[in-house]
Structures are given as C-alpha cells and as structure tokens.
Design a protein around this ligand. Sequence first.
Ligand SMILES: Cc1cc2nc3c(=O)[nH]c(=O)nc-3n(C[C@H](O)[C@H](O)[C@H](O)COP(=O)(O)O)c2cc1C
Length: 421
Amino acid sequence: MAQAEQSLKGRKILLIVGGGIAAYKSLDLVRRLRERGAHVRAVLTAAGRQFITPLSLASLTGNPVHEDLFSLTDETEMGHIELSRSADLIVVAPATADLMAKAANGLANDLASTLLLATDKKILLAPAMNVRMWHHPATTRNAARLRADGALFIGPADGEMACGEFGAGRMSEPLEIVDAVTQALQSETWIPLPATAAQNGSVLRGRRVVITSGPTHEPIDPVRYIANRSSGRQGHAIAQAAARAGAHVTLISGPVSIPDPVGVEMRKVETAQDMLAAVEAAMPADIFIAAAAVADWRVEGVGASKLKKGSGAGPSFKLIENPDILAHVSSLSAGRPALVVGFAAETDHLLDNARAKLARKGCDLIVANDVSTGTDVMGGTSNTVHLVSQDGVESWPLLDKDEVARRLVSKCAELLVEKTS
Ligand SMILES: Cc1cc2nc3c(=O)[nH]c(=O)nc-3n(C[C@H](O)[C@H](O)[C@H](O)COP(=O)(O)O)c2cc1C
C-alpha cells in the first residue's frame, strides 16, 4: 500500500458492504482508508456478494471477509459481538435502503444487521440507491430515525444513476467518505455539545433545520464571477452542531473549499437565485438559519460569450439586486419556520445595523459580527458575535467557529421551545 498521509494510522474500521451497484466503489474506499494507515475489516452481505467478490475485499483489506452470522469459524475465533466492538468506527457503504430499514428498526437477521445492533461504536452510513427509493417516505423515516439514534451520514449525492435516472441517491465518492471517516474519528471535531445543548438535543431531535452557508458566485460572463471572502466555515459548523443535536439538517452551500459536514443533507448551489430555489425546495423547516454571505447584486444580462478586452475602455455592467432570501423566508405566510435566524456582517455601527436588519427582515434573531479590518471573521476560524433580538443584545467573547456553532444551536433549541410551547 502506498504511504499517503497517515491521517488514520492505527484506526480500526469495520466496513459493511451492502447489495448495491456502488459496492464497487467500496473496493476503492478500502484502498484509500488503508493508504491513510487504517486497519480495515470487511463484512459483505449476501446481496453485496452479487456485486463484488469476497476475494477482492479480502485481498484489498488483507483480512478475511465476514459474511455469515452462523459461521462456526468466526464465532470460535472472534464472534460477531467482538467484531462490532473492536472497531473504532463502523462504516456502511453502500448503505442500501434495506440495511437502513433494518438498522432503523433494530432487525438483526443477518451478520450485517446484527453487528449494527450489537455495536456500541459510531456508525457512518453512505447511502446509495435509486432516487425514488431515497425519497420514499419509508426511507426518509428510516434515515431520520437513524440520525436521531446518533448515526452519521455522508451523502447521498445528486447525479446520474446506473439505472439512468437523475437525482439524489448516488453514493458519495470514496475520498469524501474518507473525509467523513476522519471527521467522525477526530475527537476534537467530536466534542460533545455543552450541557445546555445536550439537554436540548431531544428538542432538535426530529426537527428540521435548513441552513445556508458560504458565498454565492454571480456570473459576469461564462468564465468570470463576482464573489466574496466567505469560507462557509461558520455555516458548516452550525450545520454540524445541529446534526449532532439530533436535527435533520439540510445545508445549502455556495461554492466553498471545506469538506461537507457529516450527517447532513447537502445542496450545492452557485448563485443567489439558485440558493433561493434550494431553500424553497427544502421547506418546511422548524428553524431556518441564513449564514450564507449572499451577493447583494448580480450582473444583468449575462451573455453566453466571454467578454474580450481591446476596446480601450473596460466593460460596464448594470448590477441588479438579488432576491432577499432571509426576508423572503421571514415573511412566508404559510409554513414560516418557527425560528428564523439571520447573520449580519458589518464594518460600521454593528449593533445599530443589526437592529435595523432584524426589523427590516422580520426575522427572530440576528447574529451580528464585525468584519472590519483586524478581525478574523470572513474566511477565518474565529468569530466574535452579538445575538440581537427583540429582547436585547447578548454578546459572546471571541470563540472559534465550532464553539459559536454549538452555542448558537443550543440557543436556537431554547428559543424553539419558547416559541412552540
Ligand atoms: C442490479 C441491482 C442493483 C441494486 N442496487 C441497489 C442500490 O443501489 N441500493 C439499494 O438500496 N438496493 C439496491 N438493490 C436492491 C438490493 O440489492 C436488495 O434490496 C437487497 O436485499 C439488499 O440487501 P442488503 O441490504 O442485505 O445488502 C439492487 C438490486 C439489483 C438487482
């Protein structure tokens, strides 16, 4: 095995391969995990065996492959309980609709489902299935139940499927799953929520939270665009914290270069107009958090051809206002989320501008941050925020964005209780 960065050195992964076409990607996943120093054991379901051979899995993992619950050899040597507990993390890839249904309902009628029930370790699922199977109410219910029980999800992604249809259901790529494995195993990104948030975990359990994050890119011509410095770190951290507090999270992200949070449904967009459409499609929700730095303007009349220089004067553009996503969601007459939270990045008169924004947009809470020079907000890793609501201003000290996210999720959970009880 090539010695790539050893970020998973010594970590023990139990990989369960279910019966879907994406099983072939799991062979690459094994390689990627081992390149990073992980020790991989594999379990292959009977349906999984129809797609890849135990020999391939055994050769790539360097370990025997486990297939049978009632295997005398396995029970004598290790036993199914030990197999599930000796791992640091259980990864199910592809997680079929069937495996998810069994795990969500506590069925244990084969080796894979018995291991999922017997384990006391984190479980990371990489679903892969036909788009209609993924959107079926039964699968939606099962995914929500698994999330509520603490399982983590990576994907599925949107894309073309082997069956010729298009939509959500493609298994995430092996390197994306490796990122999710790394995040799930890194204790520093797995700090338990503070007590208040942990108590509120039951409040966000089963709740739907829609979050926007990152910048938007507004085209000037087919190759150029207007953008801003937002990294998406704060919005993504909030999505991660909300998922850990038990919520079903849809994260609508503009173009960013940071990994997707684990256990959230991703929608990737480019422009403000795309973002609005994705937000509308993700509704209804209990909480909407607009953390994205949406471009205020876009260029009118973007053509299909690249603009050329040479005429002496530069091109002139007419900028027109983009839709106001926060104001739109706040003013929904039917299906307005119980709690609508906006962000305000200001360089001057921070609190006055934030109070004005609260009133203008009709939202419940504004998270205001100072983006004047000398601070580390746009694109950085820490943030000093002030929560502005009708009740006044609550100021927090300089915190890293993960901590801001945890506290904000905790605060939202409290406010949701107040508003809905
Ligand atoms: C060609 C073919 C492809 C399939 N692909 C998938 C798939 O991608 N996802 C899925 O959930 N089920 C898929 N199925 C159905 C599963 O194989 C079936 O539900 C099986 O019982 C799953 O067993 P397991 O969950 O124990 O692996 C497919 C079936 C066939 C015949």
